[in-house]
Design a protein around this ligand. Structure first.
Ligand code: SAM
Length: 253
């Protein structure tokens, strides 16, 4: 398995074009918190998921130098591991993580150990109303508080494999909220829609969110690039669905 991950690492170095705004993977190491399975390159610890998160980052950074971004707002931040990769490569950026409470708790606990100096504890931000963000720090807000965000400067909105778990009307509401403060969007999704809920499978959605729904949810934005998402080991597929990385910019007024 370790050899396979090393091959994935080498593949990442080939998949990512040389571009002055992309920090090379040779500068990345991630935390061992939680004892994940991983491998070392030149004394730097990496995991399989770190390769995938790095490739998402590199796709975005090929369009936008993250050193020129003030804030990245990730909705559906899961375990917080994407933010760890972004923060390690671009330490000055301010982060806002939004998710359902259980996942937000996991991300808060993980990042508390992985990046202890960068984290603002959840309890410091839990009062409703516009949060006072601390530049360069990582903040955790429950999902509904996306409506409280304002004055986040040059902002990249990030959603990876999360909108697909929702119904179209929920994505439209989030789209309206995120459109108030975002300048760019990174959407990593299965644009043909995720699996439907069925009698055999209690998971899934009632009405899959497809590409046209994203266009409707973000009318102020134009998609500039769409490429098949790669994990470092293979193109990312789930059943019949394929994931794509997409980058969007706000339309000129
Ligand atoms: C498949 S995980 C992806 C996590 C992370 N973005 C990643 O790429 O590893 C989907 C995430 O979306 C979140 N999510 C699902 N429904 C949500 C909702 N209605 N509002 C906010 N987050 C939601 C889940 O809690 C979970 O963290």
């Amino acid at each position: 398995m370790e050899d396979l991950l090393r091959t994935g690492y080498l593949l990442c170095t080939h998949l990512v074009p040389e571009n002055s705004s992309i920090v090379p993977i040779s500068r990345l190491a991630v935390s061992r918190a939680g004892s994940p399975y991983g491998f070392e390159v030149d004394g730097r610890f990496l995991t399989q998921s770190a390769l995938a998160y790095y490739l998402r980052y590199a796709f975005v950074a090929s369009h936008l130098d993250l050193d020129h971004v003030d804030t990245i707002v990730e909705l559906g931040s899961g375990g917080g591991k994407q933010v760890e990769v972004l923060k390690r490569l671009h330490p000055k950026v301010t982060f806002v993580l939004l998710d359902l409470p259980a996942q937000l708790y996991v991300a808060e606990r993980y990042l508390h150990v992985a990046l202890p100096r960068d984290v603002v504890p959840y309890r410091a931000m839990r009062e409703p109303g516009p949060p006072s963000l601390i530049p360069g720090k990582i903040h955790f807000l429950s999902n509904a508080r996306i409506a409280d965000l304002a004055d986040t400067g040059r902002t990249l909105f990030w959603n990876a494999a999360s909108f697909g778990e929702m119904e179209p009307d929920v994505v439209e509401q989030y789209g309206a909220d995120a459109s108030r403060f975002s300048d760019w969007l990174f959407l990593h999704q299965c644009f043909d829609g995720k699996e439907r809920n069925s009698a055999e499978d209690l998971g899934g959605v009632l009405d899959p969110v497809r590409f046209a729904h994203y266009v409707r949810a973000f009318p102020d934005f134009r998609m500039l690039d769409k490429r098949p998402a790669h994990t470092g080991l293979a193109y990312l597929r789930e059943g019949d669905g394929r994931y794509h990385d997409t980058f969007w910019a706000r339309r000129a007024p």
